[in-house]
Design a protein around this ligand. Structure first.
Ligand SMILES: *Cc1c(COP(=O)(O)O)cnc(C)c1O
Length: 501
């Protein structure tokens, strides 16, 4: 057939588009991407994806390669995370899907045990998900999708919840408690053993979200027990597409006990088509990320993962020391794993303080992409300061001298500059739009008004989808405006970014 466009020209255009992306290799982006630095591992993953490109992962009885690869990946993960033969699992498309399924499973099991069908059942009870305020947003999403309320336990300055306060909130309406190993915002290792034991004694399931830590903490120095070796831990999520170095689209969800795990499945024979059995959320699905993750676990083995983790740990120690030594900044808490949150050192005199968001914006000008995280006023707890997040990967080590110099220089360049005030940002808005913002409380914004506000504050002006160079003002707005409003504005932002140009 004659194609409408030449394949070579299409791929050339894709190369051009890719060149405008944030760099996925080399360690300049300290979030989103997890670069092993091993080109041959990337090649292996690509070859594995190609080998299964036409396969439908929907049906492991027709495409038996899927069953074998999934079994081997689960066996590897189960062994790594201290599970015995009672632990079973599924490969999912990512951390969010693993978390969603952990919550769905617990909700359904809770519904059976209480005679409620999850929100509208005979007892009229709504199940509750209990977790620290630092729990990943995927659990807010899960609760939203599956009809649970979220009960958030405040955390202290160090990003950890108080175990007794956590346990005191457990009750018969709690379908699942979730703790993180570690948390994404602050790299805090939650008190897994205390929480899991208390949950078990009350018959409540306990999920450990090790999406980010699962493939690296097993090799980290002196970490208190947090995996299946802890009695009471009933499920664990761990992303192969993070510190398993697989391309995006692969995670595992392990569950203790076959009977628990079967509540994760959906099966139906009530239609005139093929009998449906879906262990996870998708129907037809790619086997590519599974094949890539499978190939990588075989190539690296435990020793290879350990070697890469050791590099991450050396870099994390070095960066923690370097940042701790920068006047006006401090590392939050006692991070466990290859990630750090950095806040202003409020003990320093104002003239010496460094705002972490100005610092991140300045580091970006030096070619290093750090991730800005908003502060949060906790219900019944302290207000968490805004921070800047760094995820450290194996390629960080070679980049350390250059990265370290940039982090120091960026701090020097913004030291003493106060944090952005949201009122100042709002003051730049035309009065008509400011009215839109206050009226938004009463009435949801329509798409046009939301777009006008976004353009008014300087987002969505480039036309390329790229955000402005300075993100501190927008994070200040996120902190200051009511959550439903910022959520609506961000929805509009992303909706517009991917619309046809
Ligand atoms: C990344 C992450 C998730 C969600 O994973 P995705 O792969 O982005 O869907 C959940 N929990 C933690 C702690 C994470 O770091």
């Amino acid at each position: 057939m004659r194609f409408a466009e030449e394949p070579a020209a299409i791929l050339a255009r894709l190369d051009e588009l890719r060149a405008a992306d944030a760099p996925t290799h080399g360690g300049h982006v300290l979030s989103y991407v997890y670069d092993s630095g091993l080109a041959e591992l990337d090649e292996l993953a690509a070859a594995a994806i190609r080998a299964v490109q036409p396969v439908n992962g929907l049906d492991p009885t027709t495409f038996t390669s899927v069953a074998v690869m999934e079994g081997e990946v689960i066996a590897f993960a189960r062994d790594l995370l201290g599970g015995d033969r009672d632990v079973v699992g599924s490969v999912t498309t990512g951390g969010t899907e693993s978390c969603l399924l952990a919550v769905k499973t617990a909700r359904d099991a809770w519904g059976v045990s209480t005679g409620s069908t999850g929100g509208t059942g005979s007892t009229g009870g709504i199940p509750r998900l209990l977790a620290p305020v630092t729990v990943h947003a995927a659990f807010h999403k899960a609760a939203h999708y599956f009809g649970l309320t979220v009960d958030l336990v405040p955390v202290g300055e160090d990003g950890r919840p108080d175990a007794d306060e956590f346990i005191a909130r457990m009750g018969p309406d709690v379908a699942l408690v979730v703790v993180s190993a570690p948390s994404y915002p602050h790299a805090a290792l939650d008190p897994v053993a205390a929480v899991a034991a208390a949950a078990a004694s009350r018959g409540i399931d306990c999920h450990v979200d090790a999406c980010i830590g699962g493939w690296v903490l097993p090799f980290w120095s002196s970490v208190e027990p947090w995996d299946f070796r802890v009695a009471g831990v009933t499920s664990i999520s761990a992303d192969l597409h993070k510190f398993g170095y697989a391309p995006k689209g692969v995670s595992v969800l392990l569950q203790r006990g076959r009977d628990r795990q079967r509540a994760q499945f959906f099966a139906t024979t009530r239609w005139p088509g093929y009998p449906v059995v879906n262990p996870t959320m998708l129907g037809s699905k790619s086997a590519g990320p599974l094949a890539a993750g499978w190939a990588i676990t075989h190539a690296l083995g435990r020793d290879g993962l350990a070697e890469l983790a050791a590099s991450c740990e050396r870099s994390t120690v070095a960066l923690r020391e370097l940042i701790g030594g920068i006047e006006g900044l401090r590392v939050v808490g006692d991070p466990v794993g290859p990630l750090l949150a950095v806040a202003t050192d409020a003990a320093a005199p104002a003239s010496a303080q460094v705002d972490p968001h100005h610092w991140a914006d300045q580091a970006r000008a030096h070619g290093w992409l750090l991730q800005l995280q908003p502060g949060l006023a906790q219900t019944g707890g302290i207000t968490l300061p805004h921070t800047t997040h760094l995820t450290i990967t194996p390629v960080t080590e070679a980049a350390l001298p250059e990265l370290g110099a940039a982090l120091v220089a960026a701090a020097d360049e913004v030291r003493g500059i106060p944090a952005v005030s949201a009122a100042d940002v709002l003051g730049t808005l035309p009065p008509a739009l400011a009215v839109g913002l206050t009226a938004a409380d009463a009435q949801p914004l329509d798409s046009e008004t939301a777009f006008a506000i976004l353009s008014g504050i300087g987002l969505l002006s480039s036309g390329s989808g790229a955000l402005p160079d300075r993100m501190a003002p927008f994070l200040a707005l996120i902190e200051a405006l009511p959550a439903p409003l910022t959520e609506r504005l961000l929805t509009e932002l992303v909706g517009r970014v991917v619309e046809p140009r």
